[in-house]
Design a protein around this ligand. Sequence first.
Ligand code: NAD
Ligand code: MG
Length: 362
Amino acid sequence: MSLAVLGATGSIGRSTLDVVARHADRFKLFALTAHRSAERLLELCRAHHPHYAVLSGIGADAALERRFAEAGSELLFGAPALDQVVAHDRCTAVMAGIVGAAGLASTLAAVRAGKRVLLANKEALVMAGSLVMQAARDSGALLLPVDSEHNAVFQCFSEKKSIRKIVLTASGGPFRQTSPEKLSGVTPEQACAHPNWVMGRKISVDSATMMNKGLEVIEARWLFDLAPEAIEVVIHPQSIVHSMVEYLDGSVIAQLSNPDMRVPAIKNLSFEEPDLARFPCLELAYAALRAGRSAPTLLNAANEIAVEAFLAGRLGFTGIARVIGETMDELPTGPVGALAEVLAADGKARATAAALVMAQAA
Ligand code: NAD
Ligand code: MG
């Protein structure tokens, strides 16, 4: 397999490279990409020798190009280079590990080119699920879910039985037991201190608000072609059960594994219903899924703006859900049949959410 790792310097990227290094006989690295962290990407190229390296967030730089060439990798610049490497004839598989809406175009390019797409970037399906799934049907691309919940569901599927519903488990994040009135004062550091995993900062905040689970519900709707009512969320603080599938005959198949090798085997498995007063983002995501059209695109964009503002200290934690809810209330939904329509909706929601952040700060 000749693999392009998009977002190689991130949490997903580094885990991917770790797996690749252990199975050098099965994987060849075709390309590694990062947005602006040139030095970290260069280090990765020295260690893994991909054919191409891409810095999507900076313009051409001859000195950098030379240093990458010395490491044996051809360096390309700018976001279009992402689409170029994933669609390349010699690339057979793509790890979509870029965070946020920035990952949509390259994920779609890989799907359109009919590659095997290892999908970590959940925002692509949230923003443009129908478009991405249609492109996969047209090109024959194989979409393999990397998100642990969807991967678990995927593994639980039984070809012989009909599904009643799937149950996505959620850890509940760092604030599962924090009283709602204390949530307004929590800091980015507290929000990023996930009890069970170390991940990038955006998904860590999403886990703390449970928007992450909301995005995963929408992701699941597209991956598994399910109605919103057939996707349930349950809080399971031990994160041992990665997700479950309930069949029409009443049986449930679950996929379990230890979330972290350092955690001793846990003997108790507990499940509780999510408290929607504490986690309004989950409710907002279900509402967007039910509303359809561009509503999930608007939700995702507003969330990215709000999370960015929270991480920068410009918005309180509880302001995140407020900004998303008000953005959704303010903007009408439209069709998302083409990438241009998705990006237009995304842009509008970003502008609206940014104005709401400013108004809240004033
Ligand atoms: P991260 O912040 O650690 O890494 C993000 C990567 O994307 C970096 O390599 C960065 O250079 C690149 N990037 C950032 N902005 C970019 C832009 N504008 N254009 C191009 N590249 C850009 O993020 P992460 O935690 O690895 O998450 C990546 C994706 O995987 C997210 O969509 C997340 O929801 C999903 N995911 C992550 C985990 C996890 O364990 N970290 C689990 C499940 C799903
Ligand atoms: Mg997940």
